[in-house]
Design a protein around this ligand. Structure first.
Ligand code: PLP
Length: 447
């Protein structure tokens, strides 16, 4: 008889959370309700996984920014960044509360118009605007943000054909210390391209330069970057007035304000380091003090996306299985992966159980249903014991997920909006096999 070789057992020490120089690692609290609605009830009614949006939070964040702007500027306007989340219901809430639409494609433009947004309340950004898009935009009275010289030519052609002299905004890219340059969009300020474009527009005589736009980047946590951006735009506006007699009626500082998420490379949690919306506005106001006094002050526009919607979004998932990886970590298989939560690639999303829990937290990895090694929602966090069937809630997921999510081997989940009076309603149905095959065709020889 061959006796199997003795293998000694491996003992893994539990680490319950270490003291650091700031204090004990924060205690985890379950999130059992969203705006008064039990998570368990939401899942029972609408299934899992499930995106849940809080209308109350959307309204509150939007008003926080709107009020901060109104305190500092005689004229200001928010424009909802469609690409951040263009579900009809979400856009409707923003528009109902006074936001215009900021779109970056013909599809988004059409979506805004279909939703009833007046053309004059649409700002059209992006490097790709075919003639058909420019034609629609000019005909509807939308404000086109010009991105490059070829677009000036194209826009002039379209406007001429329509017999129009539309007001346009020039997108500018500029350098601010501490923020990586977003130099692919618009005309560069420092090398003189922006001034050349303004001269070119004046020489063309077809498009009226009436606004300046800049979007310095995204998830910018340094308010000083906005101070610098605003100052540079103000100085450019002064120069246009002085040298070309062009007076802009709008200065649009784009978006990019950080939400309370935590980037993978970030040490302190977003909750602790993300500036308030008022702090961003304060910095912008300081920068804009460089504007020459005298004429009517321009309308100050912000196209903030993630900072207004991230906190309003939750992803409810269900634990499908728990297992032990060879490196000792506990692993949770969840019913949602990076197919639904694309932003897990950028953020260490805050995640908590939806029900009471007990027991020793231990290093845990959370992954989804995709059968791909990259399908990781959290690769390392201290998490308490949970069991199959338990629900988890990922927080601050409102931005970019329901626009960038992908259909890959599973259906995209349903999306629910909880009204301010605590009434949940589906705003996007869960996909099905029919959704998947609705665009497919079998060629005749394969039927
Ligand atoms: C032109 C423009 N405006 C606004 C936004 C919204 O950005 P954020 O969600 O970072 O506020 C974007 C996003 O990249 C953008 O490209």
């Amino acid at each position: 008889m061959i006796r199997p070789r003795y293998e000694r057992p491996t003992l893994i020490r539990h680490v319950a959370g270490m003291m650091n120089k700031y204090a004990r690692v924060g205690a985890l609290k379950p999130l059992s309700h969203v705006d008064g609605v039990p998570v368990a009830r939401l899942v029972e009614q609408f299934g899992s996984p499930l995106f849940v949006f809080s209308e109350r939070t959307i309204v509150q964040r939007q008003h926080e920014l709107k009020d901060a702007l109104a305190l500092r500027f005689p004229r200001s306007q928010l424009a909802w960044s469609y690409k951040t989340n263009y579900l009809d219901a979400v856009c409707r809430v923003f528009h109902r509360e006074g936001s215009w639409a900021e779109v970056v494609s013909e599809l988004e433009f059409d979506k805004a118009r279909r939703l009833g947004v007046p053309g004059e309340q649409i700002l059209f950004n992006g490097p790709f605007k075919p003639e058909s898009a420019l034609d629609k935009a000019f005909s509807a009275g939308a404000r086109v943000h010009l991105d490059h010289f070829d677009e000036i030519l194209r826009a002039e052609r379209v406007a001429e054909r329509r017999g129009l002299h539309p007001k346009v905004t020039m997108r500018v890219n500029l350098a601010v210390p501490g923020t990586p340059a977003w130099s692919r969009f618009g005309f560069n300020l420092e090398n003189g391209q922006a001034l050349d474009a303004a001269k070119r527009l004046r020489a063309g005589g077809r498009l009226e330069l009436a606004g300046l736009h800049c979007h310095i980047g995204t998830f910018v946590q340094d308010v000083d970057s906005y101070r610098q951006e605003a100052k540079k735009l103000a100085l450019l506006a002064n120069q246009l007035q002085r040298e070309l007699g062009v007076r802009v009626d709008t200065i649009d500082l784009g978006g990019g304000l950080a939400s309370r998420n935590t980037l993978h490379a970030q040490y302190l949690p977003g909750d602790q380091v993300t500036p308030s919306l008022a702090q961003y506005v304060e910095a912008i106001a300081e920068g804009l003090e460089a504007l020459d006094a005298g004429a009517a002050p321009p309308t100050i526009v912000l196209e903030s996306g993630r900072a207004l919607i991230d906190e309003a979004g939750f992803l409810v998932t269900t634990v499908h299985a728990t297992k032990r990886l060879p490196d000792g970590r506990r692993a949770l298989v969840l019913d949602a992966g990076v197919n639904a939560l694309v932003t897990a690639n950028w953020y260490k999303h805050d995640v908590v159980p939806a029900q009471d829990f007990a027991g020793m937290p231990e290093p845990t990895v959370m992954y989804g249903p995709l059968c791909m090694n990259i399908d990781v929602l959290r690769d390392q966090l201290l998490f308490p014991p949970v069991a199959p069937g338990d629900r988890l809630v990922f927080k601050n997921v409102g931005a970019y997920n329901v626009t960038q999510w992908m259909q890959f081997i599973v259906e995209r989940p349903a999306v629910v909006l909880v009204s301010r009076s605590g009434e949940p309603a589906v705003i996007r149905r869960r996909e099905s096999l029919d959704t998947l095959v609705s665009q497919e065709e079998l060629p005749p020889w394969l039927r």
